[in-house]
Design a protein around this ligand. Structure first.
Ligand SMILES: [Fe+2]
Ligand SMILES: [Fe+2]
Length: 171
């Protein structure tokens, strides 16, 4: 990729960068990283968030959805931030995450409609068959498909059914 192309993409992804650099988001990811350090099951770290973003973007392209890349990455980066509140007070993380995302997105240049779509996708990211639009659908699928069950040492103890686990490399 040429430097000019990289520069153009970085301008298009400016709002994603702002979310990633947001102090509240950075603090949340760091707290989660420490809390999940010894966790043997799936973690909710940056690797997972980015794998989810990239897969969701692939799914969007493969399905011909033409979703805005910034919206996909914003939703994926924020979708598990509610996990911290779930650890602290038991609030389900899709609910806590939707509230968290609402606060973060309001600091940056997202339209009302963009915010609503991202927040809805986060709220729906744990329930199959309930996607209200294409963004919700690709986020749900990418979140599940991002997990490398085929190489997970905790595969036997995991409560995902064999049907839900990713036992071969597909994407
Ligand atoms: Fe989640
Ligand atoms: Fe997730």
């Amino acid at each position: 990729m040429k430097p000019a192309e990289k520069e153009a993409e970085s301008l298009r992804m400016k709002r994603v960068q702002e979310i990633f650099r947001d102090p509240e988001v950075a603090a949340c990811l760091e707290e989660l990283r420490v809390l999940e350090k010894e966790r043997i099951f799936c973690r909710h770290d940056l690797d997972h968030l980015l794998a989810t973003a990239r897969l969701a973007y692939i799914f969007s392209m493969e399905r011909g959805y033409k979703l805005n890349k910034t919206l996909i990455y914003a939703a994926a980066l924020l979708h598990d931030c509610g996990k911290l509140q779930q650890y602290k007070n038991g609030t389900p993380h899709h609910t806590a995450g939707a509230e968290f995302a609402k606060r973060i997105l309001s600091k940056y240049d997202f339209s009302y409609e963009e915010k609503e779509r991202i927040i809805t996708a986060i709220r729906e990211h744990r329930k199959s068959g309930q996607s209200s639009d294409e963004l919700s659908e690709v986020l749900y699928d990418a979140d599940k498909m991002s997990r490398n069950c085929f190489s997970c040492p905790a595969k036997e103890e995991c409560d995902w059914s064999d049907k839900k686990k990713n036992l071969t490399i597909l994407w």
